[in-house]
Design a protein around this ligand. Sequence first.
Ligand code: COA
Ligand code: AMP
Length: 624
Amino acid sequence: MGAYSETYRRSLADPEGFWLDAARAIDWAKPPTRALDASAEPFYRWFPDGELNTAYNALDRHADGGRGAQPALIWDSPVTGQKRRYTYSELRDEVAVFAGALTSLGVTRGDRVILYLPMIPEAVIAMLACARIGAVHSVVFGGFAPKELAARIEDAKPKLVIAASCGIEPTRVVEYKPIIDAALATTEHQPEHVVVLQREQAGAELSGTDLDWDDLVESALPVDPVPVKATDPLYILYTSGTTGKPKGVVRDAGGHAVALAWSMGAIYDVHAGDVWWTASDVGWVVGHSYIVYAPLLVGATTVLYEGKPVGTPDAGAFWRVISEHGVQALFTAPTALRAVKKIDPDAAELKKYDLTGFRALFLAGERLDPETYHWAGDKLGTPVIDHWWQTETGWPIAANPRGLEPMPVKPGSATKPVPGWDVHVLDQNGAELPAGQEGAITLKLPLPPGSLTTLWGADERYREAYLSRYPGHYLTGDSGYLDEDGYLFVMGRTDDVINVAGHRLSTGSMEAVLASHPAVAECAVIGVADQLKGQVPRGFVVLKAGADVAEEQLREELVALVRRDIGPVAAFREVSVVEALPKTRSGKILRKTMRGIADGRDEPVPSTIEDVAVLDALRAVLRG
Ligand code: COA
Ligand code: AMP
């Protein structure tokens, strides 16, 4: 049996032994004697009697264990023209002091802290400082509007909000403080302070209980890491669900550290001393796991990039960073490569840089289309690895495990289930589907360490959203199939979640925004295929009888509303006024059929349709 098959088999046959072995890669304040606690099933807990500190494992043990002078973090920011390096000792010291600053404000174990920070070292420092004192961070992506930020503040009830004065987009400086003030003007919950890191590109006006990051740090003393229970929450990360209300994915401390450390070696083949770069954002799970925690847990050097794949300044930006910092492996979203390919199809920029040390490209966040796969492989001459996972799982479910046993790639497939994940493809009735047949991808419980333990303050919602559809299984929300060799092909979501340029968004929440417009009687938003972004949202609205508004003006208002209430990241630009929406006789909008038509597929007309003429009219609009 090959290394992969044997490891996979053991992970499912003997999870206890498998994960206790993996747990040895972590320094525990109190080593766990057991791996899985199923006593509160389906709320499984990992390493129930273990205690640790994640920031200690990410920093101190390397700083004090011979890696003190090795770079831990390299910040490269083409949008500001700045670069900065932190050794493990330096990063540990900065984190210890900021943790002291948090402590001086009364933040203690279990308190929540919202971080609204762009791609700057202070984002990593603030995350790890929370972890150091057992506080629970919740990072909010900078592209979200005040309303989205407010929803997260209301749910997490943070003691503090920590922010920068601004984020920098290629076309504009985004001032954060007005966004925070607007959010806090609407929330019942008020944090005790907003701590602001002033950036020179745009300062923020502080008032009342607002605090300046630098002032706070100046008077702070470093604090030691606080051991927490392995089952304590490390962070909450909100993600889009099918409704407008974001889901607060809860990650525990122990399972997370063990799983991420294991994944770094087994999947990515990245080890202590290697230079690793994840081009994503700390606001997403990819950033949490693979910009911040995993590379530091294993003693690698992580690159933090504040820029875009193109336009900062050109389509050679990624190659420049790889060559300049000696990056051995890069993880990004396919959309980033499509952006590069669009501008520089022959990859002429690539020839300007020395990439001899570069070993592999990992892609996730959305489906890797075979064209992009081939392009990247041809141009880079290195393995290009698609892998599939989601915010909830925290680390890859299916991948080509390069550190265990590299396998032949099948374009369009994320390769095989990763050890720990018991992947199934089920039909409507919960029956296992044979190879080649597409169905709902589920994960048999218990999920391995590192996956979500629940939704913040919403155990029932967790159960309802993920565990109720197929008893004994976790519903991923993705559909796909396993082929005869056990390769997994992930085809798309079965719910209202869409992926726009690797950003996960809910069409349900966009519909809620459209429906709030006084002229709109009914609406639907679907994700349609897009060459660059993978998917983009497209809206359809039916006007209220007698609504007196010009179509063009209405369209503009609706686009502006989505931008105001969800944020620019929604990339909502297209909305059509239609006479009616296609529905079943029981009144359900036929979104799947609409998606199929929009993507140019020959979609069969559902037998349950109420009025075929409506579908024909929509087809004309979509193909128009
Ligand atoms: N703060 C504020 N605004 C943000 C933002 C942030 N952190 N990130 C994006 N936005 C804004 C952009 O400025 C843009 O605004 P605009 O409508 O005024 O132009 C809008 O949100 C859409 O941004 P984006 O999705 O970045 O699209 P783009 O057309 O500017 O760029 C890509 C396209 C492909 C270059 C870009 O999406 C990209 O780099 N994607 C990488 C994907 C990624 O990292 N995904 C994370 C999961 S792995
Ligand atoms: P997020 O929670 O933001 O990481 O988004 C997770 C969702 O993105 C998954 O449920 C999939 O729908 C999609 N996704 C992520 N990676 C892949 C991949 N490699 N192939 C196909 N879809 C993917």
